[in-house]
Each structure stands twice: as structure tokens, then as C-alpha cells.
Design a protein around this ligand. Structure first.
Ligand code: SAM
Length: 260
């Protein structure tokens, strides 16, 4: 096997929109070209890993770099596309730094979609969806997943409730102390086959859910209310703790990782 045949360990892993296939020449965004040629100082001949959420992960080779441009040609598929868990994170938006943290860490924790929802006590009035997507792309590139979570258009709590798909179970993080502990509440689902169907985790705002929001949620047949211990967690902590528990009980943390 000559050097070109061997799978090299590239120094960069990038998300692209274009189709990936042998000999394809996907466009890199100007920021990606700058990162490869000026930050990493990679030149012609160096390899990069590319993924687009549809075609798996591919090794590509830089054919030209410099002057703000970087061109690549796709050589070989190194990982086939596979499905992750079908778990959404539905959350009341918080300020800029914690919402960026939520988007990045929830991506690492394997969510399929991020859905900001305005509850009664949500303190912020708008969400920068483009920035959330950028946070998710950067985290997906870094953590090795083959797709980027969808960002669902933000809506008000009542709209979310009215349009909720009934085949998706909604796990509501309830800070009142009245819900069963999460491990107990989800234990029945631990026997589900890999993936476990369609799920979502809902976390409230820093001001908490209102009594009427929790009452309305409690009446829905697809809702499971859960507690995350005796302390009141910040919304970002609660989101990440809830996702970690779900992955450990129902999701892909039940499998062994692939050895390096
Ligand atoms: N304002 C509320 C209070 O002081 O009681 C606290 C809200 S907490 C900062 C934000 C969200 O995180 C809550 O709405 C809930 O979804 C989740 N959360 C925080 N601590 C939790 C816990 N111990 N159990 C379940 N959910 C929790």
C-alpha cells in the first residue's frame, strides 16, 4: 500500500454542506480556508477530514492553499454514516454565554435537535439561531460526530405544546421536588432496544416553570416529569445533567466506545 492509500490522521475535521464522494471538490467557507492555511498552516498535500451529516466521513487532500483560498479533493470514505439517538433538547433560552455552552455541550452529548422555547419566566426575548448553529457545528467537528443537530425555530411554550408530536416522549426536568428521580423515572425505558425511540428533554428558564406550565405538562400522556436531585441547578447545568442521565440509561452510553 503506498502512502496515498493509507488512511492518514488529519489535523482538521470540518463540516461542509456539499456532497462528499470520491473526486468531489467541495467548497470550503472562507473561515475554513483561513483556518487551514493560516491557523494550522497546512499546505498542498496535507489531508483534512470532512463530513456533511449525510455521506459519512471522508479523507480529503488540499490541492491548493494561500491567498485566502483553500481547495480540496475528496479521496476516500473513512466512516460510513450512522444514525445517532433521536433525542431533542427543548430549553428556555438563556443569555449568550450559557446558551452557547448549552448548544456546544448538548451537541457533544448527542442531541439530534435543539429547540429554544419561550416559557412565561424566560428572561431573554430573542435567540440568534445562526450563532446556535455555529456553536453546534464547531462542537460536532471537535467531538467526532457525523452530523450536526438541527436547530428548530424558537416558539412560545403554548405553540410547542399545541404542536407536540405525540409519538415523542417528553422528559420534563421539574425542580419542585415532586417528580421521581430521573434514574427511577426512566428505568422502565432502559430495556428498550438501542436508540429507544423518539425522546425530548425539557428544561425551564432561570426563573423556573410556572405552576400552570407544570400542571399543563403533567396532564399530557407523553410527558414524564423527573427530578435531578435535591439541589436547584442552573438551567445550563440541568440540561447537560439531564442529557447525560438519558444517554447513560437509554442512549449510546450503554455501549462501549470504539478503541483508538
Ligand atoms: N427558579 C427556580 C427556583 O428557584 O426554584 C429554579 C429554576 S432552575 C435554575 C432552571 C431549570 O432547571 C428548571 O426549570 C428545571 O427545568 C431545571 N432544574 C434545576 N434544578 C433541577 C432539579 N433539581 N431537578 C429537576 N430539574 C431541575
Amino acid at each position: 500500500m503506498d502512502d496515498r492509500q493509507a488512511i492518514e490522521r488529519p489535523r482538521a475535521r470540518l463540516f461542509v454542506e456539499d456532497t462528499l464522494a470520491c473526486d468531489a471538490r467541495p467548497m470550503l467557507a472562507p473561515g475554513q480556508a483561513h483556518y487551514l492555511s493560516h491557523v494550522l498552516r497546512l499546505g498542498a498535500g496535507a489531508t483534512v477530514a470532512l463530513f456533511n451529516g449525510r455521506d459519512g466521513e471522508w479523507q480529503a487532500r488540499i490541492t491548493e492553499a494561500g491567498g485566502g483560498r483553500c481547495a480540496v479533493v475528496v479521496e476516500r470514505c473513512v466512516r460510513a454514516q450512522c444514525d445517532g439517538a433521536d433525542l431533542w433538547l427543548v430549553f428556555a433560552p438563556v443569555k449568550r454565554a450559557p446558551i452557547a455552552l448549552i448548544a456546544a455541550k448538548a451537541t457533544e452529548l448527542g442531541v439530534a435537535a435543539l429547540w429554544p422555547v419561550f416559557t412565561r419566566h424566560t428572561a431573554v426575548s430573542r435567540v440568534n439561531v445562526g450563532r446556535l448553529r455555529a456553536n453546534a457545528i464547531e462542537a460536532a467537528e471537535q467531538c467526532g460526530r457525523l452530523d450536526v443537530p438541527a436547530i428548530i425555530e424558537p416558539v412560545r411554550f403554548a405553540e410547542m405544546m399545541a404542536g407536540w408530536p405525540p409519538d415523542r416522549r417528553l422528559v420534563v426536568c421539574d425542580e419542585t421536588g415532586r417528580a421521581p428521580p430521573i434514574a427511577e423515572a426512566l428505568s422502565g425505558a432502559a430495556r428498550l432496544p438501542k436508540g429507544g425511540g423518539k425522546w425530548a428533554l425539557l428544561v425551564g428558564p432561570e426563573g423556573g416553570f410556572t405552576r400552570s406550565e407544570l400542571d399543563a405538562l403533567g396532564k399530557l400522556p407523553f410527558v414524564t416529569r423527573v427530578g435531578l436531585g435535591p439541589r436547584i441547578l442552573r438551567a445550563d447545568t440541568a440540561a447537560l445533567a439531564g442529557l447525560a442521565c438519558w444517554q447513560a440509561i437509554i442512549g449510546d452510553w450503554r455501549q462501549r466506545g470504539e478503541p483508538e
